[in-house]
Ligand binder design. Structure first.
Ligand code: FAD
Length: 363
């Protein structure tokens, strides 16, 4: 590895919705790419985590993809929009976006670890070192799938997968699949898989379906709950715990097909399936954990940002600033973990951090 250290003002880590929004505002406010800021991303191509989503996730089945600042998503989507695959359309959008605004992303560059040295940050990557005055971390959650621990997991002779591994339902034909999880992804995958094979659906809590669409007010309320949590230093919590599940015609059709028969969580995994406390057992070939993700923050470990309960005390206008260390902002974390939130957070983080570091003379 090179010993050369590249000096910059702000290192933006991650080029998904959150990182690109931050980069746009840093540039707009007068910072130059290179000396002023750099954007580092470990993927070889534009698109953030969207490039890895399963092919049946289309613009019809996503919740909603919010525009990045300055260029509407719809300007870059060709053809019959609802049927376009999100894993193609969003990467294309990000690619056009980066070119349009001259936002050079250094890729593939994986940030391995960040530590503080002489009042600067030392950003160690697989392609050399960067030294920066500030950090905007925008690494999302895709790299950190969460699977809860249940006794016997090591004994299971079938296959255990996570949402992250899902590509197509056809892979499960002829197999019995236990789907674990009560969020939107769990329901979507249950819908697809139950059309081609037998399934058992288990969730920890009774799923609560919301009638009517998830409007602006519901969105604001959900964000406020998560914001209050992270300002206290609590972990953000699961998405579905604050958004609930929207009732939709697709879900109604699932109910009519009889696949929404939710079982409580099993207590044990056996060699051939799962078992409940009353001794009932279901044989399974696959356990598909649709149990969500956690924030990908391991590379920030030496900065010791986490509190006892695993959360980080956040401050600043939109709760993007790490209270303990205002030279670090987290975007796409907690209340900004949605495309609209990431977008707004990118702007707040860019402005606040430039002010704090005294880089605003460039404006
Ligand atoms: P990402 O898009 O994950 O980008 C993070 C980037 O950081 C990646 O490019 C990655 O390569 C890079 N990175 C990670 N670690 C490192 C490292 N150590 N070094 C260098 N680079 C690194 N939100 C919505 O608003 N609408 C939806 O419809 C929607 N659907 C979703 C569907 C699924 C299945 C999931 C899992 C999430 C969905 N979300 C949705 C949430 C949504 O993905 C996010 O809010 C938003 O897209 C995340 O953007 P981001 O920039 O924070 O993260």
């Amino acid at each position: 590895a090179s010993r050369l250290v590249y000096k910059t003002g702000i290192a933006v880590i991650g080029a998904g919705q959150a990182g690109l929004s931050a980069a746009y505002h840093l540039k707009k406010q007068g910072l130059e790419i290179g000396r002023g800021f750099v954007v580092l991303d470990q993927s070889s191509h534009p698109g953030g985590a969207w490039q890895y989503r399963w092919p049946s996730l289309t613009l019809r089945t996503v919740n909603r993809i919010h525009d990045l600042p300055g260029l509407p998503f719809s300007d870059t989507v060709a053809g019959n929009q609802p049927e376009v695959q999100a894993n193609l359309a969003v990467p294309h959008y990000f690619e056009v976006y980066e070119k349009t605004f001259g936002l050079t992303v250094y890729r593939p560059v994986k940030v391995k670890v960040v530590c503080e040295r002489d009042s600067r940050f030392r950003v160690e990557t697989d392609r050399g070192f960067f030294s920066s005055q500030g950090i905007i971390n925008a690494t999302g959650t895709w790299e950190t799938p969460y699977v809860p621990v249940y006794p016997g997991a090591g004994l299971f002779e079938g296959v255990q997968l996570h949402t992250r591994d899902y590509q197509t339902a056809d892979a499960f034909v002829g197999k019995h699949v236990v789907i674990v999880g009560g969020g939107i992804s769990a329901i979507q995958l249950l819908d697809e898989i139950s059309r081609v094979t037998t399934t058992t659906w288990v969730t920890r809590k009774e799923p609560i379906f919301r009638s009517g669409p998830f409007g602006e007010k519901a969105g604001r309320d959900a964000v406020a709950i998560v914001e209050a949590r992270v300002r206290k230093g609590l972990p953000p919590g699961s998405v579905v715990s604050v958004t609930g599940l929207p009732w939709s015609p697709a879900i109604d059709a699932m109910r009519k097909r009889g696949v929404l028969d939710r079982q409580p969580m099993f207590s044990e995994i056996t060699a051939h399936g799962v078992r409940w406390p009353d001794g009932r057992e279901v044989m399974a070939d696959v356990i598909l954990w649709c149990t969500g993700f956690r924030s990908s923050l391991d590379h920030l470990m030496p900065l010791m940002l986490k509190e006892e309960h695993g959360g980080i005390v956040m401050g600043g206008r939109l709760a993007t600033m790490v209270a303990k260390n205002p030279r670090i902002h987290l975007v796409g974390y907690g209340p900004s973990a949605s495309t609209i939130g990431a977008n707004r957070a990118g702007r707040a983080a860019a402005t606040e951090l430039m002010d704090y570091l005294g880089l605003t003379h460039a404006r």
